[in-house]
Design a protein around this ligand. Structure first.
Ligand code: ASP
Ligand code: MG
Length: 421
């Protein structure tokens, strides 16, 4: 069995959905489980809906209408001869979503509400695709992944309960998937009291890997709007090149440092069972793309990862004590509590510094908590972080040019540079 995953960009319009039908019909002789994301940017739109709903801003009706218009225009563009079954399902889903969004909720419930609401992006998307495939004569079974992906209740960042998930997938999903193509959602799961949970933004790749692991799949293919894994974002570097073969550990490191082609959690479950991952273009499906597997070829090019909107936070004690004496534990606890992941950490006798993505709401609350510890705080915003994996002298010079480096960290073959733009 093979797992295919199609992201939001692949289903952003009617032509995208038709293209998926074409790709699937080219693979009609294979056993497939197909994971599909929310259409286009609808997850972002649903995030705005959550905000409007919880904070009662009066915008829910407009946001819902825009979301509906967007999906109905895709349905229109599909020209299905008899769309009534599809329309029926979609109308029901929108009705449910409307009721949820119009139910008052408290700000403390934000993350819970988020998961209940935002999950509709994938539910709607997969229903549309599944019905369209049926109308094109491509037999398939729509499955609600919340019946199989079992998680804890860390809303917006739920952790998989692997034992339960594996058990139920083998018992209930495997027999179904052996018989026909399964269409299901990425990103969403089910929590301890049967509520919906989500696995973190861009989590659909991870869902594909979870299904692959539990089903002992032969391979996973992530279909993207790029040719495969490149050694840099081609929008940032003209001479970015495709990496045809990548070992699991290199892929994990690249994803971890922020190469956005693969979600960081995706590789480990695949590596555990030696399942190869293909990253291919849905625009040019015949091009081989990148294969991530246990091959022995070493990565022979430097890879560049660019991250903008970084903030450097420097903490010092006010009472002339050393920072390690009692503060580190409290600092790390707060970082974890506010889910701030550090891209760089550095400490000296009297200071502790970290670099992180500057997510306004989290950062403001974190900084005010740090202040309460009696630390002085210095922040520098709007920085760029460049990570070079497999760094060489030449690659450093190429990328840094005349830019002003304000912090540099080297570990093994990886170099981080924090730059003033
Ligand atoms: N739809 C979700 C997102 O945009 C999950 C995914 O596409 O991977 O984050
Ligand atoms: Mg996506």
């Amino acid at each position: 069995m093979k797992i295919f995953k199609f992201g939001g960009a692949s289903v952003k319009d009617a032509n995208g959905v038709k293209n998926i039908a074409k790709i699937l019909s080219d693979h009609s002789s294979e056993k497939l489980l197909v994971v599909i994301s929310a259409m286009g940017k609808s997850t972002n739109h649903l995030e705005r809906l959550v905000h409007a709903s919880v904070h009662n801003t009066g915008e829910t009706a407009v946001l819902l209408k825009e979301l509906k218009d967007y999906h109905y225009s895709i349905i229109d563009g599909l020209d299905t001869s008899n769309p009534s079954a599809m329309l029926n399902d979609i109308e029901n889903l929108f009705l449910e979503l409307e009721c949820l969004a119009e139910t008052p909720s408290a700000p403390e419930e934000y993350d819970f509400v988020y998961d209940q609401v935002v999950s509709f992006g994938e539910l709607i998307s997969t229903k549309i695709v599944s019905h369209f495939l049926l109308s094109e004569g491509l037999k398939n079974q729509w499955i609600d992944s919340r019946n199989f992906i079992i998680t804890d209740d860390r809303y917006r960042d739920a952790r998989i309960q692997w034992n339960e998930t594996e058990k139920i997938i083998i018992k209930k999903l495997k027999p179904l998937a052996e018989r026909q193509t399964v269409i299901t959602q990425g990103f969403i799961g089910r929590g301890p009291v049967n509520e919906t949970t989500t696995l973190g933004r861009e989590g659909s790749d991870y869902s594909a890997a979870i299904f692959a692991y539990c089903l002992n799949a032969d391979s996973v293919t992530i279909w993207k709007d790029v040719a495969g894994v490149m050694n840099a974002d081609p929008k940032k570097m003209d001479n970015a090149t495709l990496i045809p073969h990548l070992g699991y550990s290199d892929a994990i490191e690249l994803a971890y440092y922020g190469a956005s082609v693969i979600h960081p959690k995706t590789i480990q479950p695949l590596m555990a069972k030696n399942i190869p991952l293909f990253v291919k273009s849905f625009v040019n499906p015949e091009v081989p793309g990148t294969q991530v597997s246990n091959n022995s070829t070493t990565l022979n090019v430097p890879c560049y990862i660019f991250k903008e909107n970084q903030v450097l936070v420097e903490l010092k004690t006010r009472d002339f004590t050393f920072i390690v004496e009692q503060n580190l534990e409290q600092i790390f606890r707060l970082l974890a509590q506010y889910k701030v992941r550090c891209n760089i950490i550095q400490n000296s006798a009297i200071s502790f510094s970290f670099v992180a993505d500057n997510k306004e709401n989290k950062m403001t609350s974190l900084l005010s908590e740090l202040e309460k510890l009696g630390l002085t705080i210095e922040i520098t915003e709007s920085l760029e972080l460049i990570t070079i994996y497999n760094a060489t002298e030449v690659s450093k010079n190429v990328i840094l040019g005349q830019k002003q480096v304000i912090l540099e960290q080297n570990t093994g073959n990886t170099a981080h540079y924090l730059l003033k733009p």
